[in-house]
Design a protein around this ligand. Structure first.
Ligand code: GLN
Length: 325
């Protein structure tokens, strides 16, 4: 019987529902969880009260997770009954989300570039705007095809491996070297490369920025920590309290690590090569100016993300002039 789980008495915190009825907010032991619709309503209420922005969607995602049903089925059959164990599990996940744990960590996965990546607290959750770096890389690699395999492509600070793996999935004969200073992040990247079938073309190296990589390269990508340190306490709880600080903290103005990368990369970008680094709009121009100093013969452009923020600094060295022979 699906009501069994709801009969355990637990302390209730009372709250008033939007319709004015008094409900047991955040209470696992409520009979209002016996259908999909009731569980969803309850979830939305709990998450809204906790200040979660996407309460409707997140409650639905958690419900999808525990029922193993897709969104369309849940929405089409609101009166479908929930088994007791399923409702218990749902309440458990709702509680985590209400404490502002990111949905991606609760589910253990997130979508990036149309692929499913495993994520946990060892790595930053890939953001949709970072897909820009993948698109930019594809554009940069276009002239090198079909012998792209001979090109030296590097990603620095790979985290979950989202950028590297997306690129490898999209360009079948590409090979790529990716680094991270956190060994535990490399373990996540390795697992993602394996589950998405590109492990044989991805070389992972542990170390600071470009230090573990020798020689020059044709394409370098980086989404490094770039949040200005003073802003860290003001970030939403999901980011501030759960995501690895080492993946966010970019020093006083946020660009400290990016500057170190530019210094390391200077004189190592091949003619015709590209370097693209994600930035915060607050220091995008400063990073671009710094890039012009390190790469005096390159075109340096600040690119905006789909929301209009200056998000990527793109450095392109012109190909070596062929000249008369
Ligand atoms: N865009 C992320 C955020 O503001 C920061 C990611 C990063 O530092 N690379 O939450």
């Amino acid at each position: 019987m699906s009501t069994v789980a709801f009969s355990t008495p637990t302390p209730r915190s009372r709250a008033t529902d939007i319709d004015g009825r008094t409900v047991a907010e955040g209470d696992p032991a409520t009979a209002s969880l016996d259908t999909v619709e009731a569980a969803h309503r309850h979830g939305v209420r709990v998450l809204r009260a906790a200040g979660v922005e996407e309460a409707w969607l997140d409650a639905l995602l958690l419900l999808m997770e525990v029922t193993r049903l897709d969104k369309a089925t849940l929405l089409a059959y609101p009166q479908r009954r929930l088994a007791a164990g399923v409702a218990d599990r749902y309440v458990d996940l709702l509680g985590r989300r209400a404490r502002r744990e990111p949905t991606a960590y609760i589910l253990g996965r997130c979508e990036f570039y149309g692929l499913e990546f495993a994520v946990d607290r060892r790595v930053l959750i890939p953001r949709p705007e970072t897909e820009m770096l993948v698109d930019l890389a594809l554009e940069a690699l276009r002239p090198y095809r079909p012998d792209v395999a001979r090109r030296r492509v590097v990603e620095v600070g790979t985290g979950s491996g989202a950028i590297a793996v997306s690129l490898l999935r999209t360009v079948p004969d590409l090979r790529l070297t990716a680094t991270d200073c956190a060994a535990e992040a490399l373990a996540v990247a390795r697992a993602n490369a394996a589950r998405l079938g590109v492990a044989d073309r991805l070389e992972l190296r542990h170390g600071d920025l470009l230090e573990p990589v020798e020689g020059s390269f044709d394409l370098l990508l980086a989404n490094l920590p770039y949040v200005p340190r003073g802003r860290l306490p003001t970030l939403q709880p999901e980011v501030r309290d759960y995501e690895p600080r080492v993946a966010l903290d970019g020093g006083p103005d946020g660009a400290e690590i990016i500057r170190r990368l530019l210094a390391q990369a200077a004189r190592r970008l091949n003619p015709g090569g590209h370097l693209a680094v994600e930035v915060d709009s607050s220091h995008a121009r400063a990073v671009a100016d710094e890039a012009r100093r390190h790469f005096p013969d390159a075109d340096v452009v600040v690119r905006r993300d789909p929301s209009g923020w200056e998000r990527v600094v793109h450095i392109h060295r012109p190909p070596r002039p062929t000249g008369p022979s």
